[in-house]
Ligand binder design. Structure first.
Ligand SMILES: Nc1ncnc2c1ncn2[C@@H]1O[C@H](COP(=O)(O)OP(=O)(O)OP(=O)(O)O)[C@@H](O)[C@H]1O
Length: 493
């Protein structure tokens, strides 16, 4: 239920301020403020309100335009003794409405990688993120990483009771480290329940894009808000075994063209995200096959059904989120988006499914498997991925003409390649790869692994992320009428 309209008026004459809590919105009118004489923000963006030592304090993130960047507003003003009861009551009501069934003042373990992306993370953290966490009165334990794998080592020994979430300001590489730190923790299942949330500052920030959406992922303040207000969202993780050792992958594994462009373009780092596109074009010009044997434990492979399932799951998650956001105020942060489904139950309705291992036996250009729709801001590789369907999305690009592959680049941000006949898409419980030779790369969450035999198995709902929505943020649907995709031939088992 939305809170009733409540108003607080403070000060007099030119210094008068009026605060109105109206449904899901806070309105502030302060004629004396030259920059923001009137502000309207959704309650979601309110970070703090309190009366402290006779001063009314209010912090919120605000935007000048709906699609603009967040700006932190800290307002404060004296409260007379006569106004003290009404100001305190207003602040309490505002906080209750701004944190519905959400824990306040989260205790955050924050990792910032100074070397991530263009190397500006420290400055951005100090300028933008730190003031937001301070405004929300979060308890921050900050580490600027000083060498590779430092975050992983620290997470392996993390005192789990000490933190409500782990915040990672870097690219996807440091998130990979954190999940692998959990794997080596003395209490792995408890460790994996610690929510993880990204603040994008790397060259690949897929998790931030998937949680926040393409637009908000450009605004690190939106990511900070997610660390403060996001709700725990379970996610499947992908257990990769190679040479008898287990690794945890949260995002993707790739071979062939995709791994080459991911790992073989380090020298083009100065280009930022553009280096992946350049690498893709270079790979297409070389047009090499990827000599591997791929076996997949397939749950189903009907592209249209996958889209319908994804849309239905998103609707359900959004309804759950909306109910939670309207829920009674509480300081209990345990509200999650429900338990992950049993993957066997998820497909119980589909009697034609064959849970046996099948072998993909056509020449392929790349294999790309993972969790989470976007793998970079330009590529919507797994548009039907769901956080907790207990399945991994496995795509195998069969060898085709260069022209067909070049055409696919254009719509890759929209996921157009999903509909290519030669792009085989499987929902799978597990898959195995046996490379014919060891020349080339295996990329796991963007990190280099040897091109040796490996197997991936889904660990349903093992990990926890933070989300404002309860589902990934993307726009993908069945093609409009008149633009029907051609029927896709099954890869022969
Ligand atoms: N201070 C540091 N110096 C050098 N490397 C570091 C430091 N801190 C972390 N690292 C390593 O930097 C890598 C950066 O990965 P991450 O993906 O998070 O950022 P990125 O800028 O997107 O990098 P990449 O493009 O390589 O993926 C991680 O493997 C991590 O171990």
């Amino acid at each position: 239920m939305s809170p009733p309209t409540t108003t607080l008026a403070l000060g007099e004459g030119a210094n008068a301020s009026k605060f109105t809590l109206d449904g899901d919105t806070l309105r502030v009118e302060r004629a004396a403020d030259n920059k923001w004489p009137q502000v309207q923000v959704p309650l979601r963006d309110v970070l703090w309100a309190a009366v402290d030592n006779g001063v009314f304090e209010l912090s919120a993130l605000a935007k000048r335009k709906p699609k603009g960047m967040y700006i932190l507003l800290n307002m404060s003003g004296p409260v007379t003794d006569a106004d003290l009861p009404s100001a305190t009551a207003f602040a309490d009501a505002l906080m209750a409405a701004a944190y519905p069934a959400l824990q306040r003042q989260r205790r955050l373990k924050v990792f910032v990688n100074p070397k991530s992306g263009p190397g500006k993370a420290v400055g951005l953290y100090r300028k933008k993120i730190e003031p937001i966490f301070r405004a929300a009165r979060c308890d921050v334990d900050l580490t600027f990483t000083s060498y590779g794998k430092q975050a992983q080592e620290m997470v392996e020994k993390l005192p789990l009771d000490r933190y409500d979430a782990i915040v990672i300001m870097s690219g996807d590489g440091l998130i990979h480290e954190v999940f692998n730190g959990f794997l080596a923790h003395a209490e792995p299942s408890r460790a994996f329940r610690t929510p993880v949330t990204p603040i994008p500052s790397g060259s690949g920030n897929a998790l931030a894009i998937n949680l926040l959406g393409l637009d908000d992922a450009k605004d690190i303040s939106a990511a900070a808000l997610n660390a403060i207000k996001g709700r725990p969202m379970s996610t499947d993780l992908l257990s990769l075994t190679q040479g008898g050792k287990e690794y945890m992958s949260f995002m993707s594994q790739s071979l062939g063209l995709i791994a080459d462009l991911d790992l073989g373009t380090e020298h083009l780092r100065f280009m930022g995200g553009q280096r992946f596109l350049v690498g893709f074009i270079y790979g297409l010009i070389r047009h090499r096959s990827c000599p591997v044997k791929v076996s997949i434990k397939v749950a189903h492979a009907d592209k249209r059904k996958m889209v319908q399932d994804m849309k239905a799951a998103h609707e359900q998650a959004q309804a759950t989120y909306a109910a939670l956001a309207q829920g009674p105020a509480s300081e209990d942060g345990a509200a999650a988006f429900g338990a992950p489904p049993d993957p066997k139950l998820a497909d119980a309705s589909d009697e034609e499914e064959d849970p046996e291992w099948v072998t993909f036996d056509r020449p392929l250009v790349y294999l790309f498997a993972g969790k989470g729709p976007y793998v970079s801001s330009d590529v919507l590789q797994f548009p039907v991925s769901l956080p907790t369907d207990g399945l991994i999305d496995v795509t195998v690009q069969e060898r085709t003409t260069r022209t067909a592959m070049f055409k696919a680049i254009d719509g890759s941000q929209r996921g157009d390649h999903y509909w290519m006949d030669t792009q085989h898409y499987y929902k799978a419980y597990a898959y195995r790869v046996e490379p014919a030779d060891s020349k080339g790369w295996l990329s796991v969450d963007g990190e280099a692994f040897p091109l040796e035999p490996y197997e991936v198995e889904v660990r349903p709902g093992l990990g926890t992320l933070l989300s404002m929505y309860g589902c990934y943020q993307l726009d993908f649907d069945l093609p409009k009428k008149g633009k029907q995709p051609a029927p896709r031939p099954q890869a022969a088992p």
